[in-house]
Design a binder for this molecule. Structure first.
Ligand code: MG
Length: 390
């Protein structure tokens, strides 16, 4: 029997060049704070955590997390590693419950669950490598020939710049396009009109035969969202994402009874947390993030629950662990895809730390049936642009 021998955590801090974001590139939950505070800073993240799960047979699975990496590292090193070392990785349910229940008083949501997620993703990668199968083959196997992906960038900018980006993205034949709003309650009616103008401009470019998703990243409030929805509805968005802060469950439920489907869940945690969103019909599309929600063990359970509610799951983030879960569940119709770019927001860092991520072709991506585990490895290519703390 293979046993877990060691967890090795690393914080990767990007010190290479970054593209400064334009003003009003995306609303966020900090927009209600007094002006003058740098709300953009809280949105960018230029650090990542990797967690190598090392087995006593020399095999290594790699998990990761992107939120508050130094704190996640500390949590794994001090609290989780002793609970995991010595375990059989195939006892992943017990290992998960041990991590969850022994940190329950302070874990549950946020830092504690992100740390559990990073370890759990590493355990699944390791299991795949041990049995020489891709992770999706351990989760339920292939449910689709390939995964449709939607293009997720289009940060708010001038109308012309957004139309240019959308035209360029159309060449990739993506099934849908997600754009970010730049204006919220503090920008008044003129800001609301700026938001609408951009949605209209994007529809001009992509037409109505492809999906347009709209994202507020928790930067609005309930009143503002109620007022803008009737003005947005005629542009037939596939969904409106995170209009209000993640804790406003009842706000989500109210909005989701309106004319535009509401999506969310990337800031929700655990099986129970996602169950509450489903039970209250608070979202029409559930978007948990695997490396926050509790890893692949939790995400796979949530997939089953969402399937029973017939609420589709389209996980947050174009990262390979999400693709395996999407491939293996019939209730996951497509994946988010972050285009590879210079380092800007931080979403792109995944491509600089890992290699082996599948690239979309003609709007679809596929997973290799013969690549064991998650199919990615830590890359050496960009080492000069990182400081790595072990
Ligand atoms: Mg989002």
């Amino acid at each position: 029997m293979v046993k877990i021998k060691e967890l090795r955590t690393k914080v990767w801090t990007w010190i290479g060049p970054t593209v400064p974001p334009q003003d009003n590139f995306c609303t966020s939950a900090t927009d209600v704070l007094p002006s003058g505070e740098d709300s953009m800073a809280s949105f960018r993240f230029h650090q990542w955590l990797t967690c190598e799960v090392i087995a006593d047979n020399g095999m290594v699975g790699v998990g990761n997390a992107a939120l508050a990496p130094p704190l996640i590292k500390e949590t794994i090193d001090k609290y989780l590693a002793p609970l995991v070392i010595g375990a059989d990785p195939f006892d992943y349910t017990l290992v998960w419950e041990r991590m969850y229940r022994k940190t329950h008083a302070w874990g549950r949501k946020g830092i504690g669950m992100v740390a559990i997620s990073a370890v759990d993703v590493g355990i699944w990668d390791l299991m795949g490598k041990i049995v020489d199968k891709p992770v999706f083959k351990l989760l339920g196997g292939r449910t689709k020939q390939k995964i449709p992906v939607y293009y997720s960038k289009l940060y708010s900018d001038s109308v012309e710049a957004m139309q240019r980006e959308a035209s360029k993205a159309l060449e990739g034949n993506f099934q849908g396009f997600k754009a970010r709003f730049g204006f919220g309650p503090k920008d008044g009616m003129s800001g609301m009109r700026e938001n609408i103008k951009r949605v209209e401009a994007l529809r001009e470019v992509i037409g109505y035969n492809r999906d347009l998703m709209l994202e507020a990243y928790m930067g609005w409030n309930l009143d503002y969202t109620r007022r803008i929805i009737p003005k947005l509805a005629k542009f037939e968005p596939r969904w409106l994402e995170e209009p209000v802060i993640a804790d406003d469950l009842l706000g989500y439920a109210e909005l989701n009874r309106g004319p535009i489907p509401i999506s969310g869940g990337e800031h929700e945690f655990s099986v129970m947390g996602c169950h509450h969103l489903l039970h209250h019909r608070a979202v029409a599309v559930l978007q948990y993030d695997t490396n926050r929600v509790g890893g692949i063990t939790a995400a796979n359970k949530i997939n089953a629950i969402a399937e029973a509610y017939q609420i589709p799951v389209i996980p947050h983030a174009g990262q390979v662990h999400n693709y395996h879960l999407t491939m293996s569940n019939i209730n996951c119709p497509m994946s988010e895809y972050f285009p590879v770019s210079d380092v800007e927001i931080g979403n792109e860092l995944f491509y600089y730390i890992f290699e082996g991520d599948p690239e979309p072709i003609n709007g679809y991506l596929d997973l290799n049936d013969n690549n064991p585990g998650l199919g990615i490895t830590l890359s050496e290519k960009h080492h000069q642009n990182f400081t790595v703390t072990e």
